[in-house]
Design a protein around this ligand. Structure first.
Ligand code: 4NP
Length: 162
């Protein structure tokens, strides 16, 4: 099972999402079965480390994302990943515009897909403050916990095979 978290720049929401998801997957001992990556719909920050505020926020929650580097989403990612988990509606629209024929449905809005109620989108904290990054972390971690629940449920029922 391969999961890709996607936002616009791949320096704020999706690296935090990748870090939170890796941590929750390891905690659930699913890390032999599930792999996680992240990407941006833009290439503006390709090769860059995450935003320092995102690194600091993740560190406050016990997760080190300082080694991640930005990369741009590519059409081939639709072949390589089972689910492409988008932070907001515009990320979803931009991702699906890249999808090879028949693979559009692999891109989804992460929060509703993970069963998180309330917000449908993870707001972009890039122009915000530390409190906005904390709000984003709370949402990506809720999505990460919901993802583990969803995978565990489907795994146990045999719908998804390793
Ligand atoms: P992200 O945030 O999509 O959560 O990584 C952004 C990062 C950079 C920019 C916009 C959003 N930017 O305009 O460079």
């Amino acid at each position: 099972m391969k999961l890709l978290v996607v936002c616009l720049g791949n320096i704020c929401r999706s690296p935090m999402g990748e870090g939170a998801l890796r941590a929750r997957i390891a905690q659930a001992r699913l890390d032999n079965w599930v792999s996680v990556d992240s990407a941006g719909t833009s290439g503006w920050h390709a090769g860059d480390p995450p935003d320092r505020r995102a690194v600091a926020c993740a560190r406050r929650h016990g997760v080190d994302i300082s080694g991640l580097r930005g990369r741009q989403l590519q059409p081939a990612d639709f072949h390589d990943f089972d689910h492409i988990l988008c932070a907001d509606r515009s990320n979803l629209d931009n991702a699906r515009a890249l999808a090879p024929a028949g693979l559009q449905e692999r891109a989804v809005l992460w929060l509703p897909w993970a069963g998180v109620e309330g917000a449908a989108a993870i707001p972009d904290p890039y122009y915000g403050q530390d409190s906005d990054f904390e709000q984003s972390w709370a949402l990506v971690d809720a999505a990460a916990r919901g993802t583990v629940q969803r995978l565990t449920r489907n795994h146990e029922s045999g719908i998804i095979q390793p």
